[in-house]
Ligand binder design. Structure first.
Ligand SMILES: Nc1ncnc2c1ncn2[C@@H]1O[C@H](COP(=O)(O)OP(=O)(O)O)[C@@H](O)[C@H]1O
Ligand SMILES: O=C(O)C1=C[C@@H](OP(=O)(O)O)[C@@H](O)[C@H](O)C1
Ligand SMILES: [Mg+2]
Length: 410
């Protein structure tokens, strides 16, 4: 059986991995420009399709038949070729979003909900919010009556749902709104799944507002589509399993800690254990700067080095599935945190100060390590999700890191 994802640009898609988890069929990426969509559909060289930007409403008109849900929502994200070759358009985004709401445990009943964006995904979200009894649903779009210049009309919103691509990889610094404008906000749902924690979600976290990213919705809509493709029941627990497996696979493991505490050594062992790429920030910087980092700091000063380090972390933090050993001082710049946190679990590696080598580390040689530790400890703790002692063989410590991560990841 030949299935796949139809869209205009698909580079970032996690769908092939998800469908491999749910079913035993080929799942390809069909990147089709608008002027070739007609030919692609006429050729009918597929059994099942998922549909993404910008074709969710286009397919509504193209399909020969529509399910009740697809017709009511006005958006098609799943298509099956029927026995006579005709196309049946369905919608599993709504089921996906509903699953995401249950997972988030947010209460929709009677709440004023702000939906950012007015595309195909927004239609599915609105449908579900109506179904769950939202008090009021306001759609914010760039050109509509309610737009980003008059958001102050909706300061009383309780739930915010982002259906726009603002904040999506690779432009991860962007956020569609400033949550401080919504003092009554009690929940933020972002349909974006790459990065796992968008700038919007990170602001929600910082303000103590419950929030959830789009990976769970992606997994649930994929399970529902896989049921339609295969005609078999796939239990809902499989969504949870796929979500956990994929978020663990994608999440970077990022080591922080005092200079010489073993980040590079344990990081390498961890990467080997997880069979994933390892990136050592200091080594990357040495490649970029064309000299040892110690030499760079001695020549150009710590500030210049920190700027180079932040520039690297801005890029590196966007990646997925890596083990990253940072330089010991990256925590001294608070702006490095969102870069590391967006896609990563941050592990603070602790090692007895007397065991830390100082050679080639000008900042360690400058004063006492105890003084540095006193200043930095609160910074390491602020960044850290997990703390692990580096007090055994590197392979054993790497195992302990991964065990701690198992408890930490949800
Ligand atoms: N668990 C460990 N067992 C033995 N030696 C270690 C261990 N962790 C680190 N080391 C040693 O400590 C030194 C500093 O480690 P390194 O990984 O370079 O630290 P960092 O990257 O944090 O600066 C290296 O010589 C390394 O071999
Ligand atoms: O702690 C620090 O300020 C530094 C630590 C070093 O990395 P390691 O932690 O790998 O030694 C390196 O980035 C640079 O010398 C600055
Ligand atoms: Mg190192």
């Amino acid at each position: 059986m030949r299935c796949g994802l139809l869209g205009e640009k698909l580079g970032h898609s996690y769908s092939p991995e998800l469908h491999a988890f749910f079913g035993n069929y080929d799942y390809e990426l069909f990147e089709v420009p608008p002027d070739q969509l007609g030919d692609f559909i006429r050729a009918r060289d597929f059994q099942g399709l998922n549909v993404t930007i910008p074709y969710k409403t286009t397919m509504l008109a193209i399909c020969d038949d529509l399910t009740e849900a697809a017709a009511a929502i006005g958006s098609v994200n799943t298509v099956v070729k029927q026995l006579d070759g005709s196309l049946l358009g369905d919608n599993t985004d709504a089921a996906g979003f509903e699953g995401m709401v249950w997972k988030s445990r947010m209460r929709i009943l009677g709440r004023k909900c702000l939906v950012l964006g007015s595309g195909g995904a927004s239609l599915s979200v609105q449908y579900v919010l109506r179904k769950l009894g939202a008090g009021e649903i306001v759609v914010i779009s760039r050109t509509g009556e309610d737009n980003y210049t008059n958001l102050d009309r909706h300061r009383d919103a309780s739930i915010l749902v982002n259906t726009t691509p603002v904040g999506m990889y690779p432009n991860t610094a962007a956020s569609p709104v400033d949550l401080r404008e919504f003092p009554q906000c009690e929940g933020v749902l972002d349909l974006i799944y790459n990065p796992a924690r968008t700038a919007l979600l990170q602001q929600a976290e910082a303000l103590g507002i419950p929030c959830l990213g789009g990976l769970y919705m992606l997994a649930e809509q994929a399970r529902c589509a896989a049921q339609i493709f295969t005609g078999e029941v796939i239990p809902a627990i499989r969504t949870k399993e796929a979500y956990h497996a994929l978020s663990r696979r994608k999440e970077n493991r990022i080591l922080i800690g005092m200079p010489g505490c073993g980040k590079s050594t344990v990081g390498q062992a961890l990467a080997q254990r997880l069979d994933r790429p390892f990136v050592d920030c200091d080594q990357e910087l040495e490649r970029i700067l064309e000299m040892p980092v110690g030499e760079y700091i001695t020549h150009y000063g710590e500030e210049a080095f920190r700027a180079q380090e932040t520039a690297l972390l801005t890029q590196l933090g966007k990646a997925s599935g890596l083990v990253i050993a940072t330089g010991g001082g990256c925590v001294t710049r608070p702006e490095n945190y969102p870069h590391l946190h967006q896609n990563g679990a941050i592990i603070f590696l602790e090692r007895e100060l007397s065991k830390l080598p100082k050679k080639g580390r000008p900042l360690s040689l400058r004063g006492s390590l105890q003084d540095m530790y006193t200043i930095r400890l609160p910074m390491y703790r602020r960044f850290a999700d997990i703390t692990v002692a580096n007090d055994g063989p590197a392979e054993t410590v790497a195992q302990t890191v991964e065990e701690a991560y198992e408890h930490f990841s949800d």
